[in-house]
Design a binder for this molecule. Structure first.
Ligand code: SF4
Ligand code: SF4
Length: 356
């Protein structure tokens, strides 16, 4: 069977596997704010075999947040996010994709990152156990996350080196771009690990975390532990010198950190050291997307705003003074529509509560 025949076959099987029961529809954030079936999981699966230059068809496929909440409700174990990514790959190969998505992929080629900026690079070949890879958003858009992480690691007397040259490739993978961007950074990190002898890679971004820890397995994997900052801090609480405050905070779980990678208790353990934690509606594995995932914020801003509004309301209802998240991209997106609620990345929140 040729590659394309196999692909057609798998498309048919996706469609057969989905029983069209509709249990996933109401919980889908994009359906919730639009009430259009082509913007629901079932609608997207029904439309996934088609490849046409039709604006609503393209929107159906590229407006999935890849949040994965539909998969938890599915009795047939349909892997909706995987189907969306494979379908996007097919569209992207034929250059049928939203204009801004195209620009993003072009940025990856020109600058090695989705923002299209000349991001400050970090390089090391010093012998060290831990490499800190901050990712594009912490360096190019939300630098306080990078600065706060460095401040926390220094306060813990952690010996580390910063490494950054290329985007991890997550943005490209999630919107159907080819594997080459991710492979470029994989090879780079492999080389850095060899030169430095490092055994651990530390990241801030759940997108980097999933990509480096799981997606790089496609290339053979890296011979290192990949840790999200919340894992690292929760494993080393005895080295954190923090001030506890009489403060009510809530936590927004990033879809990629919680549902995709199973990290939910670690950020809570850290936050409980400094504040009183209250849970919002839709938390942990049941978290509700911030509205920015899967490339949606790039091309479907109205959808992002509408989904974000729902999430901000849920966070506000807790009565917390601050909503903390542990994803640079969720942080960036939520704070732009926070409507009076204070949003913090966990690193900044913790760095502000370090004892002198
Ligand atoms: S992954 Fe999220 S946005 Fe995409 S179809 Fe499922 S519930 Fe909807
Ligand atoms: S819950 Fe699963 S089987 Fe039912 S419509 Fe959604 S994807 Fe299909």
């Amino acid at each position: 069977m040729s590659g394309s025949e196999e692909y057609t076959k798998s498309r048919e099987i996706w469609n057969l596997k989905c029983a069209k029961c509709g249990r996933c529809i109401q919980i889908c954030p994009t359906y919730r704010v639009t009430k259009w079936e082509h913007l629901s999981p079932r609608g997207r699966i029904i439309l996934s075999p088609y490849t046409e230059e039709d604006a609503e068809l393209v929107k159906s496929i590229f407006s999935c947040l890849t949040c994965g909440i539909c998969e938890a409700a599915c009795p047939s174990d349909v892997d909706v996010t995987e189907i969306m990514e494979r379908t996007r790959e097919r569209y992207t190969k034929q250059r049928i994709l939203p204009e801004r998505h195209l620009r993003l992929l072009d940025n990856m080629v020109k600058t090695g990152n989705p923002y299209g900026d000349e991001i400050e690079m970090y390089e090391t070949d010093d012998r060290v156990d831990l490499i800190y890879y901050p990712g594009c958003t912490s360096l190019a858009r939300e630098k306080e996350i990078f600065d706060s992480t460095v401040k926390i690691l220094d306060s813990m007397d952690v010996s580390f080196e910063v490494e950054f040259r290329y985007c991890c490739g997550s943005t490209s993978l999630r919107i159907g771009g080819d594997l080459s961007y991710a492979e470029k950074n994989y090879l780079r990190l492999k080389d850095v690990l060899k030169k430095t002898g490092a055994k651990t890679i530390l990241v801030n971004c759940p997108g980097c975390y999933r990509t480096i820890k799981r997606d790089y397995e496609k290339f053979g994997g890296l011979n290192a532990d990949v840790l999200h900052i919340t894992e690292f801090l929760s494993m080393n609480t005895d080295r954190l010198r923090l001030k506890k405050e009489n403060l009510k905070v809530t936590f927004h779980d990033s879809c990629h950190l919680a549902r995709h990678m199973g990290i939910v208790e670690e950020p809570r353990k850290i936050l409980s050291l400094v504040a009183d934690l209250v849970e919002p509606e839709n938390s942990k594995m049941d978290s509700f997307c911030c509205g920015g995932g899967g490339g949606v914020r790039v091309s479907y801003r109205d959808l992002t705003r509408a989904v974000r509004k729902v999430r901000i309301e849920q966070l506000k209802k807790t009565g917390a003074e601050i909503a903390v998240t542990s994803c640079p991209y969720c942080y960036r997106n939520l704070k732009n529509g926070a409507e009076g609620l204070s949003i913090k990345d966990l690193t900044t929140f913790i760095a502000e509560r370090l004892r002198k």
